[in-house]
Design a protein around this ligand. Structure first.
Ligand code: ALL
Length: 355
């Protein structure tokens, strides 16, 4: 690590430790591990405050953009076990073809494989790519490897799940742009529809994504905002199911055993919702619990049509992928890139409500 950056990180760590009254030693390679003084959001359980983030703008047109050479650009995603990232990859690939550049797409094996994803970043650096476009599995653990990219002069473009702003600032990582949705807004839309369909009364639960990860925390914030706006809705339980179908099934099966009166459920993604629907079926409660989710995968269209799934949120992963590649090429061609680019969130409702 560059010595100036190292000195800054140590100085910041000491300052934070002084304020927090904690030990004054921390390995800089541990920048992003576990709750602690370098980890204020995880420690507090709060997502980054919106007002500290730059305002998101629409994707610029970059009219007449052309690649003056066939750049090699790395697209690094979380895991292909979630079809969300297949769609993101397709959007990126189509854009790469249109611009005549080479896209090298990789992903880690599982939702929780952030160490493996860090290895993919290191491989991309070693292979000398012109830019890295990444949808990070964790908002903090990827920062040290991305710093190495930065130091090698490889620009970093952040998709989908925002890198933690404080960890980024502490490491002085230069992130060209964040391209993604307003996750709190998306979750609030889904939950407002869920609570309204429940008639504004009843017990609800949430299946969260991986805790401490920015977009998972933002979706929880959206759920909490909708709860605050609906006095008659009571929170029964909220737990993480790590974005995964199997965990969605087991965590919700346990929740239902402990709280058989749950009438509504918000899942922070469709995969967990598919698992929860299995748990609902095995408990003999099909049609009795309204379920809202997030992602609008092809895989949930039958459940939306049958009313088993009340609604979900389309957050346009294809656009994220395409915009990521386009921004990388625009940057390499000398254009200025906005620091925060928005993709929309759209409420998608099913045809029939259960009952
Ligand atoms: C997030 C996405 C999705 C997805 C999840 C699982 O970053 O925004 O909603 O389901 O990753 O990895």
């Amino acid at each position: 690590m560059h010595s100036a950056k190292l000195a800054l990180i140590i100085a910041l760590a000491i300052t934070v430790c002084f304020v927090a009254g904690c030990p004054q030693e921390q390995d800089v390679d541990d920048l992003s591990t576990g709750p602690g003084p370098m980890d204020p959001y995880k420690a507090e359980g709060d997502p980054p405050p919106d007002e500290e983030l730059p305002p998101a703008v629409e994707m610029p047109e970059f009219t007449d953009l052309a690649a003056s050479e066939p750049y090699r650009i790395a697209l690094i995603m979380k895991t292909m076990s979630n079809p969300f990232f297949q769609t993101m990859g397709e959007g990126a690939e189509a854009e790469a073809e249109a611009l005549g550049i080479e896209l090298i797409t990789t992903a880690a094996p599982k939702e929780t494989s952030d160490e493996k994803q860090a290895g993919l970043v290191e491989n991309a650096i070693a292979s000398g790519v012109a830019a890295i476009v990444i949808a990070p599995a964790d908002s903090k653990t990827l920062v040290p490897s991305l710093l190495k990219a930065d130091e090698a002069g490889i620009p970093v473009i952040n998709l989908d799940n925002r890198l933690d702003p404080i960890t980024v600032a502490m490491g002085e990582l230069n992130v060209v742009t964040f391209i993604g949705p307003d996750n709190a807004e998306g979750a609030e839309k889904a939950c407002a529809h869920l609570f309204e369909t429940m008639g504004g009364a009843g017990k609800v639960a949430m299946l969260e994504g991986i805790r401490g990860v920015v977009n998972a925390e933002k979706r929880k914030l959206g759920f909490e905002r909708a709860l605050a706006a609906n006095e008659g809705i009571e929170l029964a339980d909220s737990q993480s199911a790590s974005w995964e179908l199997e965990q969605g099934e087991s965590v919700f099966a346990n929740m239902l055993t402990a709280n058989p009166e749950i009438e509504g459920l918000f899942c922070a993604n469709d995969m967990m919702a598919l698992g929860a629907l299995r748990a609902i079926e095995s408990s003999g409660k099909s049609g009795e619990i309204l379920v809202a989710a997030y992602d609008n995968l092809d895989e949930v269209q039958p459940q939306l049509e049958s009313g088993e799934l009340l609604c979900t949120i389309e957050q346009h992963p294809d656009l994220m992928g395409a915009y990521g590649v386009r921004c990388a090429v625009a940057l390499l061609e000398g254009n200025e890139i906005p620091v925060d680019i928005a993709v929309p969130t759209d409420l998608v409702t099913g045809e029939v409500a259960p009952g």
